[in-house]
Structure formats: C-alpha cells, structure tokens
Design a protein around this ligand. Structure first.
Ligand code: C2O
Ligand code: CU
Length: 691
C-alpha cells in the first residue's frame, strides 16, 4: 500500500477538531477526547461522516488488556451519509479496517453500513481506522476506494518540543536539596530535558530512624489461625531488610513482611490489640470487612490516632468469606509502603473440594535509588500527582518469589495489590489462568484470562493448572509511554518463579463456591437506572513550579486510561500534598470531600456513578475504595458489566465512568477514597453516612 502518510495524518488532524461535537454526542459516558475518534470523508464520498467509540472490551477486571499490557477495545462505528456502494464502481458493501500508522498490517474489521456497527476487539495503541467500498463482504485486503478515515486519540501524542519549555535558569523559585536524594531515572524512557534538576519537593525528607536500637531482619509471613472469640496482639515495629543490595529500615507487623495472615472463620469476631511501635501515628483498617463502624480504623472519623507507643483494641468481625487485608490508615504512603500490610482470609463454611495447593501473593513496589530508599515527605507526601511508583517490584516483600507445585495440581493464587500506586498486569508464562474470585466473593462463572489486571487494594483469586513439569515465570508486562519521543514501549519484570516438579498428582476437581447467579440478575435489573449520585474525580493544584506545570501540560496531549509505570521519575517526585488537591465532588451540588455530607438510608440499593475528569493537569486512573460495604460494578463507560462480583475497590480509568450498585447494609460513617496512597493523603476522600 502506498500512502503519503504525513499528508493523511495532517488532513485528519485538521478536520478532527470540527468533528469533536459528533464524538461528544456518541460517547456520552466516556470522555470523547480519549474514547472516540471522528471519521472524515474522502472526496469519493464527500457527504459521509461518522465516529468510532472505543468501548472497553469485556473483562473480569477494571481494564481489558493483552498479556503484554495493550488495552483491548471494541469499536462502535456510527456512520451516516454513505452512498450506495454501487454508485462508486463495481462495489457491493463497505468494510472497516484498522491499521497502524505504518499501515501494516491492515486488519479487516468486517462489513459496516450506515447506522451503528460494533466490531473488534483490537489491541492497537496508535492506529488508523478506514472504511472502503469493496466487491464483497468477506474481503481480507483492501482493494476498493477509501471513503472514511480517522486516527486514534494516541496519534495526537506529539513528541516533546523542548523549545516550549522555559530555560532552566528562569524556572521560578526552587527548594534547596537539603537531605533529599533524587529518584533514580527510568532505565528505558528518554530523559526529560526539563531543567527540573534544581528542584526538590517542598517538604522535608522522612525515613524511619534507627536510633541505635538493635532492629531484627523481617521474617516471612506466618499464619494466625483464629477461632471466633480469640484475642491477639499485633505490634507494628521497625525491621530491616536487604533490597537491591541496600540495607533498608522498614516497618512490619509482628516482625513479618507481609504481616501475619489472619485466618478468621466466616461469621467470626476476633479481638486485636494493636500496639504502635513505629515512629509515626497509626491505626489499622480492615480493608473489605463489613464490621462495626467503630472498628474501621479511620483516624478522625472512627477513632483517634494511635501515637507511637500507643494502643488500640479492635473487634474484627468477618461476615463474608473472601480475601481481605489490613493496613494503616494514616500516612499509608509511608507506613504501608514500608511493609505494614497483611492478608485476612475468611474461608467459606463449605469449602468442599479446595484447590490442591494455594499461594498468597502480596504485591508491592519500593522506590530505591543509589543511596537506598528514596525518602518520603515528612509533612505531606511527595509524588502527589502520579503516586509513588517503585522501581523494585516485590511479592511478599522479596524480589524473587519462589513457589513449588506438582504436575497436575491446580494452584490457587491469592493476589492482593498492596502497592501505593501501581496497577499490575500479571501473567504466568505459558499457563492459562482462571479467575475465580474478586475482592469479596466468587464470580458466577470463572473466566480464562491471559493476564490479571489488579489495581491498588484489589484482590483476585486465580487458578493456574500446571500439567507439565518446568519453571513458570510470574511476569508483570505493561506499556509505558516515552513522553520525549511520543512512543509506547514494553516494561517487563520477572517477579518470581513457580516450579512444577515431582510425582504427578491426579488433577483435583475444581471447586466453585456456590450460588452467585443472583448477582448477575441483580446487576442486570439495575443497568440503565439513573444514578442516585454522580461523583467526579478531579484535581486542583497551586504553587507548583512553572517548569513542572509546562512539562505536565505537554504530557496531556495523550493520556493512557491507566498509568502503568512512572517514566519521568524526577517530574513525578516533585509535586507534594501541599500543592496538590485531588478531589471527589458531587456533580449536582458541587460539594467536595468531607463537605459532601452524604446520607443514605440503610438497606436501599444505591447507584453511584464515578466520573474520572480527564481535563486536569495530570489525569490518571483512580482505584476507588468504599469502606464497610460491598458493591457490584454495573457498567463501565455506559456498557453493562457481564462479570459482576462483590467488590470494595474499583479502578476508574482516566476519562472513564464506572457505575456501582452499593449494598448499603452496614450502618455508620464510611470513607470512600482513592487507594493511591498519595492521592488519599492529598484530599481524595469523602464520607458516606448509612443511617
Ligand atoms: Cu484499604 Cu481506606 O483503605
Ligand atoms: Cu487516585
């Protein structure tokens, strides 16, 4: 195929602006500038026009992506004004095509007509859509004349113009470097020519202090088997660990990273005496448990802060079976990141045929530079815009997770994402994974997936059936954007290895927890209902260095639905909770955060729409968590969810919307917030009162 590509793109670029309103009309539930592209006619069909809406492909996760991390979308074409194909020559129908900017390879999407057609899915990042008249419906290569074409929003991502940035010398006031260590650069992405090197965050650096005491190395997590009515003590304290060749000072519950795994029988209540042996105030939140409000662990809302040396007693009630976790709820950006997180497992009563082997994986990342851990902000978090992405990926606190199973076994992986900001895209080499459970319960039907997308605070239970002996690498494969060149690239990390060896065992019959079809019926009955509340996730900043603002502005020429990685560590590091306010705003009243004063009668199903505002200085996906209740995801970008499961955390991609049905059965004052620790600490929370 021979096209003058630059010309083609320029033509599309110029007409795109004029057609934006068309896109807005056809993409009412998602931001048209990210999820829609206008189609413009060629001279062969001057009256034809149309739009292509990028719809999220069905997935049990918040995002559908390939094993390599490319977003999968269906394309909804809405076309008008196409002439009778016979009027253009010996043609009988129209075919839609998707292709890369190099026009290679062209992918036949199928026959289209005036009106609406949904085709795909495709997993292209930068692409062109074309419509041509063809001799027959089933053609595999384009021969007939082109009538419409358009380019994906990502094609408008321009390589950076260095000249648009102010020279380093005029870059506003700066903060002296005292005590700060610059974050390490990204190993692949081009370095930004920004002159931001003179800046450091507008807060004091903080790391735990060793104060001469002998601090033991962290040990691996153990299991606390608890019966209804048991009492335990859980002490948060300091610990040491060697990571990336550095001796680092961290925190741990009872000296273990992750914290001890608490096994609680369903319906049971245990008493936990929490002792704070760290040098920051703290509390424990029992993430996902629908317990009594006074035990929820939110300082300032349900209890006072527990000072260093202080104590607090929790009555931890576990009404639902599932995989939950616990962590502090004060300066999580520091304390949870440094190791304070553990699982809670609540087994269903009849767990008849359990998987033959189970593994628990707490996923995390840490930011380690040439001198050890990059310090945190003392008064407020650093990385307030992007969230703190680590450069060292950890499973259960270590860099090389190891697990063994026997051929034929069904291994059930219990995944918890305890990272501050990172969404993982996990796969196990060559193995197919079946998704069995989400945050707070089983799926009605397990789905086979090639990878698991897990946002901060989410949990999934997946089953890997490993018939052949050998080593299976646990991989994280995501796509980064090199902002300097405007290109996507692969970021691939090996988190560990699962080795299958020994005598073969007879494959166990897979167990499924019973009776969840009702969820689907419930979710379906509510689809299309007008939301009771619309909450907008947005951002305000003040006092950021001008050079940083300019750099950020250039980066919004294209926004990825999910930020998988930090490719500009210096830039991401500089913003702090002092300059950044992330907001949750009621779209009707305009009330924000704690002023929202949101009261809901207990028991009535509540439909909430979360709208992620893309038109801010730093748009990104937000994993939103609601305390003390559970919810079903009804729809994403207006499209019904086919895999509803009880959840307590949901990823809302940039520019997207998510509709939830909240089971409001647990009275009290409950926090709703973003689980990116730096966003939570920068204001992204509100309270819902269930009366
Ligand atoms: Cu897991 Cu309010 O948090
Ligand atoms: Cu957020």
């Amino acid at each position: 195929m021979t096209f003058a590509l630059p010309l083609l793109l320029t033509a599309i670029g110029y007409s795109a602006a004029a057609q934006d309103s068309l896109c807005a009309a056809h993409s009412p539930d998602a931001d048209p500038s990210l999820y829609c592209l206008p189609l413009v006619p060629t001279p062969r069909a001057p009256h034809a026009t149309g739009t292509v809406v990028l719809q999220p492909e069905t997935s049990p996760f918040g995002m559908a992506v390939t094993r390599g991390g490319r977003v999968r979308s269906r394309l909804m074409l809405t076309l008008t004004g196409l002439p009778d194909p016979a009027s253009l020559g010996p043609y009988r129908s129209y075919t839609a095509w998707a292709t890369t900017p190099d026009l290679d390879p062209p992918i036949a999407l199928g026959t289209v007509t005036n009106g609406r057609t949904v085709v795909g899915p495709i997993a292209l990042e930068r692409f062109i859509i074309m419509v041509s008249a063809e001799r027959s419906a089933g053609v595999r290569s384009r021969k007939g004349p082109l009538v419409l074409r358009g380019s994906s929003p990502s094609l408008f991502m321009a390589p950076h113009g260095v000249t648009e940035l102010p020279p380093a010398s005029s870059a506003g006031h700066d903060h002296p470097m005292h005590g700060w260590m610059m974050p390490p650069m990204h190993p692949t992405a081009s370095r930004m020519p920004y002159g931001l090197e003179r800046f450091s965050p507008a807060v004091e650096p903080f790391l735990p202090s060793s104060s001469g005491d002998s601090i033991p190395d962290a040990s691996a997590s153990t299991i606390y088997h608890l019966a209804d009515g048991d009492t335990i003590t859980l002490t948060a304290g300091k610990t040491r660990r060697t990571l990336r060749g550095h001796r680092v000072l961290m925190y741990a519950y009872d000296g273990q990273i992750p914290g001890p795994r608490l096994e609680i029988p369903v319906g049971g209540t245990v008493t936990v005496r929490f002792r704070n042996g760290t040098d920051l105030p703290s509390s424990i939140h029992w993430h996902g448990l629908r317990l009594a409000n006074a035990n929820d662990g939110v300082p300032g809302l349900t209890q006072p802060l527990v000072p260093p040396g202080g104590e607090f007693v929790y009555r931890v009630h576990a009404p639902d079976a599932g995989l939950f976790w616990y962590h502090p709820h004060h300066r999580q950006d520091v304390t949870q990141d440094l190791g304070l997180a553990g699982n809670i497992v609540v087994r269903p009563r009849a767990d008849g045929q359990a998987a033959s082997r189970e593994a628990f994986l707490v996923l995390d990342d840490l930011l380690i530079g040439g001198g050890g851990l990059v310090p945190y902000g003392r008064e407020a978090p650093t990385h307030a815009l992007m969230g703190r992405f680590g450069n060292t990926l950890l499973v259960n606190g270590i860099e090389d997770w190891r697990f063994e199973a026997r051929p034929g076994e069904a291994v059930r992986l219990h995944l918890t994402n305890a990272a501050s900001a990172r969404t993982f895209n996990l796969s196990l080499d060559r193995a197919r994974l079946r998704v069995m459970e989400g945050d707070a319960g089983p799926f009605s039907e397990p789905r086979t997936v090639e990878s698991v997308v897990i946002a901060p605070a989410e949990r999934y239970v997946v089953e890997a059936r490993l018939d052949r002996a050998g080593s299976y690498a646990l991989m994280n494969r995501v796509r980064g954007i090199d902002r300097v060149t405007g290109r996507f690239f692969s970021e691939i990390d090996t988190l560990g290895v699962l080795t299958v060896r020994g005598a073969r065992v007879r494959p166990a019959r897979t167990s499924l927890r019973p009776g969840t079809d009702t969820l689907l019926a419930l979710a379906r009955s509510l689809v299309g209902r007008r939301p009771d509340r619309i909450l907008e996730l947005s951002l305000r900043t003040r006092g950021l260095p001008y050079a940083l603002i300019q750099a950020l502005r250039l980066d919004t020429s294209y926004v990825h639905p999910v930020e998988w990685t930090s490719t500009m560590p210096m830039m991401d590091w500089l913003s702090t909770g002092r300059e950044v306010t992330w907001t949750i705003r009621d779209s009707l009243s305009g009330a924000e955060g704690m002023a929202l004063d949101w009261r809901v009668p207990r028991g009535a199903p509540l439909v909430v729409r979360l709208v992620n505002d893309k038109h801010v200085l730093h748009p990104m996906g937000h994993p939103i968590h609601l305390h003390g209740q559970r919810f079903l995801v009804l729809a994403r970008n207006g499209l019904a969810n086919r895999d509803p499961v009880w959840k307590d955390t949901v990823l809302v991609p940039a520019g997207g919307t998510v509709d939830l049905m909240v089971d409001t059965s647990n009275p009290g004052r409950w926090m709703l917030h973003c689980h990116i620790a730096e966003h939570l600490e920068s204001g992204m929370h509100t309270v819902i009162t269930i009366e």
